[in-house]
Design a protein around this ligand. Structure first.
Ligand code: A2P
Length: 316
């Protein structure tokens, strides 16, 4: 398994298990199944609503010696309603309590978007949002740095940050993010962001690598293109005696990023990890390059406000 190396020499397995949309009642078994298959990297977030169940899986895995805490990498994310300085550490502590862990390996600011601290669920009106002037990202970031000093987390990063937003944060801190988790796949290469991150010592993690077909219908466009059914992907898969999903995952390994396919199905969980054995050629990558159409499955429009507080979240 390829790894990403951090400046302190810590290493992250490039293929991790995604848990967004992993239902309660299924996610505990999914995590156990993943750890038994050899996954060491589990991606979580408070807003996924399933951290307590994932915590049960971790406890079971430690007790049954499926994996040790030291060999496991756990990522989680700060939700948008906890961006204020005084809310960051309590939110992180709740995540640690739910996951039944003493520390996280990586904690990310989930979105460059702030909500009112008392908002539960998704915003319904402009007043539910706080602008980035009211709660600047640097305020949130400094509280994250404090959490790191306290030993609650080993590495810090962001998610859904564009190049301008990364530049802005880097200019304001001596401790730049070590990770940016964003949507990446053959329809969305984001080469400029990849180059910027790699030049600035920021790793990338690819979310929605399979097109997140299990999103709720409100989040889906009627005419969404399918990655798994794409003819170019399918033809490369047959040449490698692999599945389309494995090609979609191997794409990220070729680009030196991490990738977090979500599955709660034991067979597909294993199949996704086995993508590590698929090595794409430069010719395969050239064919995949022709698929790039800057298509986002998660377009961020759900966080745009009509009062101008938030628009064009990805700065493009
Ligand atoms: P399931 O959980 O039933 O396996 P993404 O990682 O882009 O969010 O995509 C997740 C979706 O892809 C889920 O619907 C998941 O279903 C499905 N999926 C995960 N692994 C595979 C695979 N190897 N082949 C086909 N579909 C997959």
């Amino acid at each position: 398994m390829k790894t990403l190396r951090f400046t302190n020499e810590d290493e992250l397995d490039t293929i991790g298990l995604g848990t967004w949309k992993s239902d309660s009642g299924k996610v505990e078994d999914a995590v156990i199944s993943a750890l038994k298959s050899g996954y060491k990297h589990i991606d979580c977030a408070a807003v996924y609503g399933n951290e307590a169940e994932i915590g049960k899986a971790f406890q079971k895995a430690f007790k049954e010696n499926i994996i040790s805490r030291e060999n496991l990498w756990v990522t989680s994310k700060l939700w948008n309603n906890a961006h204020k300085s005084e809310d960051v550490i309590p939110a992180l502590k709740q995540t640690l309590k739910d996951l039944q862990l003493d520390y996280l390996d990586l904690y990310l600011i989930h979105w460059p978007v702030a909500f009112r601290p008392d908002l539960e669920g998704f915003p319904q009106q402009n007043e539910d949002f706080l602008s980035l002037e009211e709660v600047p990202i640097i305020e949130t970031w400094e509280a994250m740095l404090e959490a790191k000093k306290l030993g609650l987390v080993k590495h810090l990063g962001v998610s859904n940050f564009s190049v301008p937003k990364l530049k802005d944060l880097i200019a304001k801190t001596d401790d730049a993010p070590e990770m940016n988790q964003v949507e990446l796949h053959p329809f969305l290469h984001q080469d400029e962001l990849l180059k910027f991150c790699h030049t600035n010592n920021i790793h990338l993690t690819a979310y929605s690598p399979l097109g997140s077909g299990d999103r709720s219908s409100e989040m889906k466009a009627d005419d969404e293109p399918s990655l798994l059914d794409n003819e170019v992907v399918k033809s490369i898969a047959s040449q490698h005696d692999a599945t389309p999903a494995q090609i979609l995952i191997a794409f990220h390994l070729h680009r030196h990023t991490a990738v977090i396919p979500k599955s709660t199905n034991p067979k597909r969980i294993k199949e996704n990890l086995d993508s590590a054995k698929v090595v794409l050629t430069d010719e395969d990558m050239q064919q995949i390059k022709t698929l790039d159409k800057h298509y986002r499955y998660v377009n961020g429009k759900f966080f745009e406000t009509s009062d101008g507080k938030y628009s064009n979240i990805f700065d493009e």
